[in-house]
Write a protein that binds this ligand. Sequence first.
Ligand code: FE
Ligand code: FE
Ligand code: ZN
Length: 277
Amino acid sequence: MLKIGCHLSSSKGYLAMGREAVRIGANTFQFFTRNPRGGKAKPLDLEDVAAYNQFAKDQGLFPILAHAPYTLNACAADEGLRTFARETMADDLARLEHIPGTMYNFHPGSHVKQGAQVGIQLIADHLNAILTPELHTTVLLETMAGKGSEVGRSFQELRAILDRVELSEKLGICLDTCHVSDGGYDVANDLDGVLEEFDRVLGLSRLKAIHLNDSMNPLGSHKDRHQKLGEGTLGMEALERIVNHPALRELPFYLETPNDLEGYAREIALMKRAYLE
Ligand code: FE
Ligand code: FE
Ligand code: ZN
């Protein structure tokens, strides 16, 4: 069965997201752990979480994906911002212990003018300060488009982070199809080649989730502008190959396309029809 969902607003809580997912034909979903512009998260509503856990079980939902606020920058030059990133992620991970099987995705960071090497070390330091042997949640590094000074623009940069993290068994990778294409990996025309490279550098066993997005911009543009499925430079045939690829087809897919809920429902139905059972 295709595991597919989209990004949902978390403002009404977990049970509301679960119901919304089911209504649009999804069997999983992604959500921001808190307002992406930062700030304090609401106290965790344990009743809502318990109701969601039961609902997910009854409906057969697959584990969900939490997304860190994209303003969190583990390799900021400013120490105060790095402390904020560390405290925010530690708090997010503590909350997620209440929702079994959830994974946590984050953008590695932007090194600004410090250079990628410094950025990579700061991100590894950040993870080494947070990860514990007791943690149940798998933390995913997202493949980035390489816009500005983003770290994670190549598989090698992600490898360099993994190599510097002590509890790296807690880490996985979330591959964003728009980002990798913008980053210069030709997932539209050479999916096998890209996945071979991924396997060689990172190992396919690290790959835990896919952000399924079309892109507004051509291969290697380093722009990061998502497009609706089939309406961008990747195209529908390429996206169908991605969800059906033997190395990917068991992974959960999350849409982050510019859509309202009805648009997401249409795209989910489209991909379900394209999936070869
Ligand atoms: Fe993201
Ligand atoms: Fe993404
Ligand atoms: Zn993006």
